[in-house]
Design a protein around this ligand. Sequence first.
Ligand code: TXA
Ligand code: MG
Length: 327
Amino acid sequence: MTLLSGGEEQIISLASLILRSGGVVAIPTETVYGLAGNISIDSSIKKIYELKNRPVGHPLIVHIESMEQLHEYSINVPRYVEILAKRFWPGPLTFILYKSDKVSNLVTGGHNTVAIRMPNHRLTLDLIKAVGSPLAAPSANKFGRVSPTCPEHVIEEFNGLIDVLDGGECEIGIESTIIDATMADSYKILRPGSITSSDLDAALKDYINNFSLVPEKSSVSKVIAPGSCTRHYSPNKQLIGFNNCSEIIRLMDNYRSIYIIHYSDVLVHSDNFYYRMIKNPSQYAKHLYCALRLGDKSSAQVIAIEFPPREMEWNAVLDRLKRSLSA
Ligand code: TXA
Ligand code: MG
C-alpha cells in the first residue's frame, strides 16, 4: 500500500494505528511532507533514519499539536517563544529548546536540545491527537535530496514502500524557519524559511525593550543545525545557476539539452525544456522542489536555474539554492 485510502476519519485512524504500533507514515504539512514516527517508540525512530539513509547525528523535528505538549517535551521555554508560538503556530516555525526527559536521545541525535514545531495541516494535527504523542519527522526524502511537496514525490522517493497520508500539495513548499531558542533573552535564525527575521521582530515588538536581539551570524549561539553547511536539497542531475540571458545562452553552447527553470524571458530552443517560475518569493518557493524533480525526470542533460534577486525577502530561497547547486 502507498496512499492510505478511505474517508478522512478512516485514513487518520489507519495512520494512527500504524504509528501506535511502531511503523512510519509520510505526513502532509504546510511546508513539505515529513516521514513520521512515534517519538515514544524507539524502533519507529530507527526506521526513519534507515529509510532516509540519514546519519544518526542529524536530529529530527518533533511535531506537536498543543502548547501543553511544548511544555511536556521541552524545558526552560523562554517567554519570547510563547509569544512567537502564539503568533505563528500552527505554522512554519521551529524552535530549538532544551529537551525534557520524555524525548529520547535517538530523536535528538544525542543532543540535549530538541527541535519542536506545530505544523499547520489539519490532517496531521488530527493524526497527532489520535496517536496521543508527538511525531518525529524529517522531510520525507532520502538524505541530502530534494524535499517532497506532494504525495507523488514521496511515492517516487521511496518506490511506493511508505504509507502516505494524502494532504494534497504543500502550501509553502520549503522547510520551516528554525530558530535557536536555547538562550533566555535572544535568539538566532539557524535555517531561513517563509517566516523572516522581520516577521519575528514585528511579532516581538512590544517585548523587544527587554530583549536583546542577537544578529544573524553572531557567534553567541552554541547550537548549530547539523548538516546545514553541507550540500542538501540536491537534484540527481547537475544543477547550474544563471543570472541573465547571456549566461544561459553560453550554457546552451556547452550542453545538448538543458532543463531551464526561469522567470525572465529566455531564448527558446526546441532541444531544451522550460519551467516558468513566478518572480515572487513565496510562489518561487512553492514550486522550487517540484521544478527540480521535473528536471531530474526529464531527458535533459543538466538543470539550469535562474537566480532570484539577492534581496532579504528571497533569503530562504537563496539559502536552498546555494545548498542545492552542484559544486
Ligand atoms: O518544515 C520542516 O521543518 C519539515 C517538516 C516535515 O516539518 N521538516 C524538516 O526536517 O525540514 P529535516 O529533518 O529535513 O530538517 C530539520 C533540521 C535539520 O537540519 C536538523 O539538523 C535540525 O533541523 N535540527 C533538528 N533538531 C535539532 C537540534 N536539536 N539542534 C539543532 N538542529 C536541529
Ligand atoms: Mg530535510
